[in-house]
Design a protein around this ligand. Sequence first.
Ligand code: COA
Length: 161
Amino acid sequence: MSRVAIYPGSFDPMTHGHADIIRRGLVLFDRIIIAVALNIHKKPLFTLEERLAILEEEFGDLDRVVLDTFSETLLVDYAKRQGAVAILRGLRTESDFAYELQMTHMNRTLAPDVETVFLAASPNTTHISSSLIKEVARFGGDVSSAVPEHVARRLAARFSP
Ligand code: COA
């Protein structure tokens, strides 16, 4: 039996933090579907196509990682349609925990058979967030410790005068 997990998020852009969770998640699951969300609460820097292209560049050589998008649907309904047994999430801080626990309880109420599995973010990634990286890059700061080189290049190009 193939165990599929959904790793959902905005990925605007993908960071070393996301890559950490995905690569470690592959030890637990046979397949991980990275589901790029069109989040109604966020105004992205990169288009959906650009965010997918970044993920393709990073994970395109891993056949157990699949890229997809989802919008206008509940995450648990999307997960069930994909035949997933779990939603995979990373925990960096206590505030992540509070936010994630609330979402998990809501998701479990909606779909008791879809579990959420948390991985503690590796210590060298706990300070990383996509918003912070965009802010640092916007003002010419060095983001090379937080994102792959191809992402750093895209950020520099986006913010070049
Ligand atoms: N390392 C580094 N950064 C991480 C990380 C990690 N391990 N895990 C999360 N992050 C960052 C992301 O970069 C993002 O940063 P940002 O806010 O600065 O952009 C932030 O943590 C959290 O965002 P993300 O993981 O992308 O999730 P989200 O909050 O944008 O989206 C969904 C969450 C998509 C899962 C949620 O909105 C959802 O399920 N939507 C579908 C509709 C639905 O079902 N709603 C009901 C939910 S109960």
